[in-house]
Design a protein around this ligand. Structure first.
Ligand SMILES: Nc1nc2c(c(=O)[nH]1)N[C@H]1C(S)=C(S)[C@@H](COP(=O)(O)OP(=O)(O)OC[C@H]3O[C@@H](n4cnc5c(=O)[nH]c(N)nc54)[C@H](O)[C@@H]3O)O[C@H]1N2
Ligand SMILES: Nc1nc2c(c(=O)[nH]1)N[C@H]1C(S)=C(S)[C@@H](COP(=O)(O)OP(=O)(O)OC[C@H]3O[C@@H](n4cnc5c(=O)[nH]c(N)nc54)[C@H](O)[C@@H]3O)O[C@H]1N2
Ligand code: SF4
Ligand SMILES: [Mo]
Length: 737
């Protein structure tokens, strides 16, 4: 038996773990006690979510679709076919007819190579990844206000240094369990915990103060807290004078959001708003933690800017335990963005449009780079429809289940001339591809991941990949060579990483594989080999904006629309509203998110028997008051419909949701909430969809209807034997499939 130390493949907490292997199989996982973030612990997914690695359903050879059926082919055949088709499409329609979806599940090295492939080999900036659906408003918002779109502090500081933690729109206990542990450590130490969430999450339950903000109403809440702080003179005037621009406009903007006004709008008691504002401003070190309950709105960037405003006017930034902590979602979503897997920036945040850093990259890559900003993931379906995009290479994403409004996305894919998907499994998206490539995954490959606190850590192989599966970087390399580009013949991940270090020395220069061999990672920026890394950003009130100061932005909100006179009172305000409000036909609000047991579209966690046994099916949260009116009992089937689609699943009667709200996940293909979400009215700054609110209708359903729904979805999503087996298993457990 051998032990290998590596990083968890799931959330952005980046826990370090030891894999015990025997006979080329992972047999057990334990937390790494020497790691400052998880200190030996792991959550359920980290401990038990590894069985997918050895699943018999793993893709083991390239597959080519012929007459609607996949046939197994050699790598040469598959790669030649892809290169030929991509080359032809590029010649006929130009490089922007091709798009690449990179992967926050992949390593830094793979993301760097993916975006280099799009830019240097194809010649397009059409490269993006799931950050678009996740923290794109953080990147847009914090870059605008602070100059750096990343978490400002490290995770251990929460437990050690913060004396107030404000969680807004993050289900920390279920989605970042080992960060929640640091929050609870702080609470035991005497720190105050304030939670703003429409749902009664575990952290809301444990908080000193829970603000039950109605869906989408964070801007008025934050503005009201600032209103109190300014009226009571609790803001830090010296800090603002020396380190911020735009205070006068901000004062005028929050003037209209008196606690009494906002209490009427939101139902949050005046006293609670006042208490929250005072406590935050007067804390010695306050940290704000936020996630998708803030970002996944048509005003996601406005929400983020409000959080930044609050931290800056109270000088709760740039010190240990004081700062803004966007909890990044995927294991390597921070890294994918850092590597330039985005349509507007190159590695290190260099704009694609111009500048000396871009010129340097052209020199190293020996190409002239496209200067046009590329398409975002959420713009792709319409671009396909308009005939602008003809081919997509998807590397480690499952957009059929994760992008909004499934039917709209699926219709787009049908029109493509070429869809290539590299994955571990025959995912719902892979099924629709022309060519599927078997990827080597976590546990099988080498490289680095960057967690939410900017900690770059080494990932290590423990077992060999199945059959002919290859790491993603190898796939892009092999394609580049076939397309006649010689600047990508890498020896391996270290070779790629050294190129990144050379190109972005101020951020990554000091992070070598050698150092990472013995350290629990290094937080960027880390410019030289003797630099210890940077856990706290903006120390001393230094910001990376063009002015060197933090930019305060007026952020206005009205659920319907902010009136023109109000907007006109400010130069360049950010305005927010709710895209789809309940009405007579669709009187409920459906909101979507996650549960602790499963991860996203379930390709990995649903193949780990323990997790699948604990959480085998979707449970839609429904308030008991609503249930009574609908004559629904706990465990009865309900049908939730929106203007786009319908899901039938069991109801979980719980006060976690308010009356009028239902909550469901996107973990289960049998009941995938993205059939119901909408892809319109994207946040103008970041392009994120409003996953968190759709107007919905809820009615009582039946076992027969649930069965019919699953059978219909089986046709729609998956038809293979393996999934038939899951359906059987459910039937066996007494539940309809
Ligand atoms: N178990 C598990 N963990 C995961 C993942 C997973 O799939 N499963 N995915 C990872 C990824 S990629 C991400 S991005 C993160 C996401 O982590 P989270 O953002 O914590 O996860 P969500 O379930 O989307 O929940 C967001 C929270 O926001 C609340 N919320 C909804 N609307 C509003 C609102 O209007 N205002 C406020 N203040 N709150 C609101 C919800 O009630 C919920 O508690 O999780 C990561 N970790
Ligand atoms: N309704 C609703 N929808 C949402 C959200 C929500 O809150 N509500 N949240 C959004 C958010 S925050 C996110 S981050 C997205 C996530 O959306 P996705 O990234 O599309 O979801 P995953 O299920 O993580 O898909 C990753 C795919 O990569 C494969 N994979 C894993 N490792 C590797 C590898 O090493 N190589 C390759 N080639 N493939 C690999 C997996 O098998 C899986 O098919 O979903 C978004 N969708
Ligand atoms: S908290 Fe996140 S990184 Fe840590 S074990 Fe759980 S899923 Fe993995
Ligand atoms: Mo995410």
């Amino acid at each position: 038996m051998t032990d290998v130390t590596t990083v968890c493949p799931y959330c952005g907490t980046g826990c370090s773990m030891r894999l015990t292997t025997n006979d080329n199989q992972i047999i057990e996982i334990n937390g790494d006690p020497a790691h400052p973030v998880n200190e030996g612990d792991l959550c359920l997914k980290g401990l038990y979510g590894f069985k997918h690695v050895a699943s018999p359903a793993r893709l083991a050879t390239p597959l080519l679709k012929e007459n609607g059926k996949f046939v197994s082919v050699s790598w040469d055949t598959a790669l030649d076919a892809i290169a030929k088709k991509l080359g032809a499409i590029k010649d006929e329609s130009g490089p922007d007819a091709v798009a690449v979806f990179a992967s926050a599940r992949g390593t830094n090295e793979e993301n760097y190579v993916a975006q280099k492939f799009a830019r240097a080999v194809i010649g397009t900036n059409n490269v993006d990844h799931c950050a678009r659906l996740c923290h794109a408003p953080t990147v847009a918002g914090l870059t605008l206000t602070l100059g750096t779109g990343a978490m400002t502090n490290s995770i251990p500081e929460l437990g050690d240094d913060s004396d107030l933690i404000f969680i807004i729109g993050s289900n920390t206990a279920e989605c970042h369990p080992l960060i929640a542990k640091h929050v609870l450590k702080a609470k035991e130490r005497g720190a105050r915990l304030i939670v703003a969430d429409p749902r009664m999450t575990e952290m809301a339950n444990k908080a000193h103060l829970w603000l039950r903000v109605p869906l989408g109403h964070d801007i008025p809440l934050l503005n009201a807290m600032m209103h109190v702080i300014i009226k009571e003179n609790l803001h830090k005037a010296d800090f603002i004078r020396d380190h911020a621009n735009g205070f006068d406009d901000l004062v005028r903007a929050v003037e209209d959001y008196a606690p009494e006004t906002v209490a009427r709008m939101t139902g949050i008691p005046v006293a609670d708003i006042v208490t929250a504002g005072r406590a935050y401003a007067t804390a010695r070190a306050a940290a704000t933690l936020y996630a998708m309950g803030v970002t996944q709105f048509s005003c996601g960037t406005g929400n983020v800017a409000s959080i930044s405003n609050l931290a800056v006017i109270t000088a709760q930034i740039g010190r240990p335990g004081a700062g803004i902590c966007p909890l990044r979602g995927q294991n390597n979503v921070q890294g994918a963005g850092d590597m330039g897997a985005l349509p507007n920036v190159l590695a290190g945040g260099v704009p694609v449009t111009s500048g000396p850093d871009r010129a340097r990259l052209e020199e190293v890559w020996k190409v002239s780079l496209p200067p046009r900003i590329g398409l975002r993931v959420t713009e792709i379906p319409d671009a396909i429809d308009a005939g602008k995009v003809r081919a997509i290479v998807i590397d480690g994403e499952n957009p059929i289940m994760s992008d909004p409004h499934t039917e709209h996305f699926a219709k787009g894919l049908e029109k493509l001339d070429l869809l290539v998907v590299a994955d571990l499994f025959m995912s719902e998206t892979a099924r629709r591809a022309d060519i599927v490539l078997p990827a080597a995954g976590w546990g099988e490959k080498d490289g680095t991941f960057t967690n939410t606190e900017r900690r770059v850590q080494r990932l290590r192989p423990a077992v060999t990949p199945p059959g002919e599966a290859k790491p993603d970087w190898w796939i892009f390399d092999a394609l580049a060579q076939r397309l006649g580009y010689s600047g990508m013949a890498y020896q391996g991940p270290q070779d790629i990483w050294d190129e990144v270090r050379q190109l972005v020395p101020a951020t990554f220069g000091g992070i070598s594989y050698q150092r990472l061999a013995s350290l629990p990672g290094l937080c960027w920026p880390c410019p030289s080999e003797d630099h210890p890394g940077t856990p706290v950003l903006h120390a001393g009130g230094v910001f990376r904006t063009p002015s060197g100061k933090a930019e305060l932005k007026p952020v206005l909100f009205n659920p319907v629309s902010v009136p023109e006179e109000q907007r006109k009172a400010f130069t360049d305000p950010i305005v927010g509203h709710i895209s789809e409000r309940p009405d007579q036909d669709y009187p409920f609000m459906l909101t979507t998110g996650r549960r602790v047991y499963h991860y996203h579209t379930g390709t990995m966690t649903r193949r780990s028997p323990l997790l699948e046994r604990i959480a085998p099916e979707e449970l839609i949260e429904l308030n008991p008051e609503d249930a009574k009116k609908l004559t629904v009992q706990d465990g009865d089937y309900i049908k939730v419909s929106t203007r786009r689609g319908t899901v039938v699943a069991k109801a979980w009667l719980t006060e976690r949701v308010s009356p009028g709200v239902v909550f469901s996940t996107f973990h289960f293909w049998e009941a995938s909430s993205n059939e119901e979400t909408h892809s319109e009215d994207l946040d103008p700054y970041s392009g994120i969809p409003e996953y968190k609110i759709s107007a919905a209708r809820v009615v009582k359903s039946s076992v027969a209807e649930a069965q019919a729904s699953v059978m219909a979805k089986r046709q729609y999503y998956r038809e293979d034997v393996e999934l038939a087996a899951i359906v059987e298993m459910h039937a066996h457990q007494g539940a309809p499939p």
